[in-house]
Design a protein around this ligand. Structure first.
Ligand code: NI
Length: 251
């Protein structure tokens, strides 16, 4: 069974066939759980609406680093989190690849959202792009439960994340031809700390690069990780589903 711990099903690329995906395609293709993540207030509300509409869909609410310029409305996130199918605060974190929101604002708003998650006893879903040192510094200080999504760090960074009792999320990037860093991470991270994700509609794995991604494509990620770790695909899917249910408190 496939548990996709990170997707963006509010994206308008799903407007034409969202019902068909969630009501037919996913149930028939072994998708047993999806976390759809908000990135701004509007998409957070949409994530909650989707979780309410479809079984096996859960929401994460949070403000993406590039949307934190004017400060995060914590009260709004708190009230959205009141819904029983909101299982995490995310997607939050630090984005240093693009010259957008100043780093001090990103860090401040990341930390404010972590503190909300800690207060609500929810895990965080963390975006970290080219910001390993600052991300680690904040996580060490605030100690949330959670996952580093689309993990892109070295084995050294993975080691620090595991020390914090957090999970590592791997997706399409492990299947890319030039994937050295994520493959090393996949080899290093123990199976009880791994979760799978798509970041749909982005990050389609080989052999679907360039197409719209959806949760069923996780099977290619699982196959690749199974090869790297020399275990069966079934074991990868079973363990990562178990991990996801534990992390997000979903039965
Ligand atoms: Ni994402």
């Amino acid at each position: 069974m496939i548990f996709d711990t990170h997707a963006h099903y509010d994206d308008d690329r799903f407007d034409g066939d969202r019902d068909r995906l969630f009501n037919e395609y996913f149930p028939h293709s072994g998708v047993c759980g999806v976390i759809t993540c908000g990135t701004d207030e509007q998409s957070c509300q949409k994530a909650v609406d989707l979780a309410e509409k479809y079984p096996n869909v859960y929401a994460a609410v949070g403000i993406y680093p590039e949307n934190t310029e004017n400060g995060v409305n914590i009260e709004k996130l708190r009230s959205l989190s009141n819904h029983e199918k909101v299982k995490a605060i995310g997607e939050i974190g630090l984005e240093y690849h693009y010259e957008g929101v100043p780093h001090d604002i990103q860090k401040r708003e990341f930390e404010r959202q972590i503190l909300l998650a800690n207060e609500l006893c929810l895990p965080v879903i963390v975006h970290n792009r080219e910001a390993h040192n600052d991300t680690l510094e904040i996580l060490k200080r605030t100690k949330p439960r959670g996952v580093i999504h689309c993990f892109s760090g070295s084995v050294e960074v993975a080691k620090e994340i595991l020390k914090l009792d957090m999970y590592i999320g791997l997706g399409g990037a492990v299947t890319f031809k030039n994937a050295r860093v994520p493959v090393e991470a996949a080899r290093y991270v123990p199976l009880d700390r791994l979760v799978l994700e798509t970041d749909a509609p982005y990050m389609s794995p080989v052999p679907h690069r360039g197409e719209r991604c959806d949760s069923v494509m996780i099977k290619y990620v699982a196959e690749r990780i199974a090869k790297i770790k020399q275990v069966s695909v079934e074991e990868i899917l079973e363990m990562t589903e178990k991990n996801a249910r534990k992390l997000f408190n979903i039965r």
